[in-house]
Design a protein around this ligand. Sequence first.
Ligand SMILES: [Zn+2]
Length: 69
Amino acid sequence: MDLFELASFIEYKARELGIKVIYIKPEYTSQSCPSCGERNKVKDRNYQCGCGYHAHRDRVGALNIAKTI
Ligand SMILES: [Zn+2]
């Protein structure tokens, strides 16, 4: 399954359930600190920022995506 097919499938299943699908730019969603906005390179699954914020990098990505909606 390629990316277009996957997106089409997700849209189809979401439409069945009445869920709106929104596309966002993924750049830096896992690198930007949700607390202070600084970009940090992530070496492993743990995100650490100089401001003291730390979390799993997937949580960081999800929080930054949620901010764009
Ligand atoms: Zn920070």
